[in-house]
Design a protein around this ligand. Structure first.
Ligand SMILES: [Zn+2]
Length: 356
């Protein structure tokens, strides 16, 4: 039987502000604001929210307090003024033309987007990122069709209805997906960092590494991370019989279901190595997708599957739960390297499960 062996080494331009709140909101959540740059941080989320990166078209953000421009676009605003009880009353103080109507749903929406962005700005500064991570677009309503990457098929792949093996999700959106494997390092700072930055990722866990502290991954799950299958003992699967592979994969399905209440749909073979029996066994355990990766990020460098060493929209990025014992830094150091690069290249980090 053939063994499929992977390389195992280890816009927002042209956002125009026309005075509309919708445009402001979009700019606030979509612009990859550079950090630092002096001023503008203190209490001025409005400034920070629309600060463009140096290479991007400057945005003409109004100073705080000019938000009510939105009223120009509010179809009800004229009515509201007509019903103003003070209308026509010469003693009434004229309403300040710049006073925003705090109850206006659009103003509310804008302010909550502003607050969320301000929190990300603060978190990015706290975790010493070069830039604020970009906010991903909403999950696609129509999921892309996931197929096995050419050259990654096994005999009878389609005929047997085996789960697709892929390294990239077909999308034109500038998003990448972060996946983290194994489970050796259990760094509480990493959980705090990811939750404060609101950066999604997917975990592929091996029982022999997580069993010393199932609670750590429970906290991860509570933060919205989907826990997926990476076998019980992390063996080189192609060397094992079908039944032994099935034991490794189905056994891990049961551990995750028992400990975390959900049976995974995603499975990643250790080292990216599999054969037809692996995919047959995975399918029989309820696995629907076998995502590999196109890039791997370490604490001190990146590795690429593609010859041109470039990130592409929809790429799956691999990393590992590792700490100072395994590499020269911490999990937050690795995440910093990951985020600084993808943000600088205009990519947001999206949730893999949202696209499947
Ligand atoms: Zn692994």
């Amino acid at each position: 039987m053939r063994v499929v062996r992977q390389n195992d080494k280890s816009r927002r331009n042209g956002v125009r502000i026309r005075g509309g709140i919708a445009a402001l909101t979009a700019a606030a959540i979509a612009s990859g604001c550079a950090q630092g740059g002096g001023g503008g941080h203190r209490g001025g989320a409005g400034h920070e929210a629309v600060r463009p990166t140096p290479s991007r078209q400057p945005l003409k953000a109004p100073p705080p307090g000019e938000v009510p421009d939105a009223h120009a676009k509010d179809p009800h605003s004229r009515d509201r003024h007509a019903k103003d009880p003070h209308a026509g009353d010469p003693h009434a103080k004229a309403p300040h033309p710049k006073e925003p109507h705090a109850k206006d749903p659009q103003v509310k929406k804008f302010r909550s987007a502003q607050a969320a962005h301000a929190a990300r700005v603060a978190a990015a500064r706290h975790w010493r990122l070069a830039r604020v991570p970009l906010t991903p677009p909403p999950p696609p309503v129509r999921k892309p069709r996931i197929t096995t990457r050419a050259g990654f098929e096994v005999d009878g792949h389609d005929e047997l209805g085996l789960p697709p093996v892929f390294t990239t999700v077909p999308t034109k959106q500038r998003v990448v997906f972060l996946t983290i494997d194994d489970g050796a390092e259990k760094d509480p700072a990493f959980l705090r960092m990811m939750s404060e930055l609101q950066v999604p990722y997917t975990a592929f866990l091996s029982d022999y590494l997580i069993k010393e502290d199932y609670g750590y991954f429970k906290r991860m799950q509570r933060d919205g991370v989907v826990l997926n299958n990476h076998t019980l003992h992390h063996p080189y699967l192609p060397a094992l019989s079908y039944y032994r592979q099935r034991y490794e994969i189905c056994g891990m399905q049961e551990v995750i279901e028992r400990r975390y209440g959900k049976r995974p749909l995603l499975f990643r073979p250790p080292f990216g190595n599999y054969n037809r029996n692996t995919l047959r066994a995975a399918k029989s355990c309820g696995i629907e997708y076998v995502p590999l990766w196109n890039e791997e990020v370490f604490v001190d460098h990146w590795d690429y599957r593609e010859w041109d060493r470039k990130i592409r929209p929809g790429d799956i990025v691999l990393s590992h739960f590792r700490g100072r014992e395994d590499w020269k830094g911490t999990m937050p150091d690795m995440i910093r390297r990951f985020l600084n690069k993808v943000t600088a290249e205009g990519y947001a980090v999206a949730r893999l499960e949202d696209y499947l």
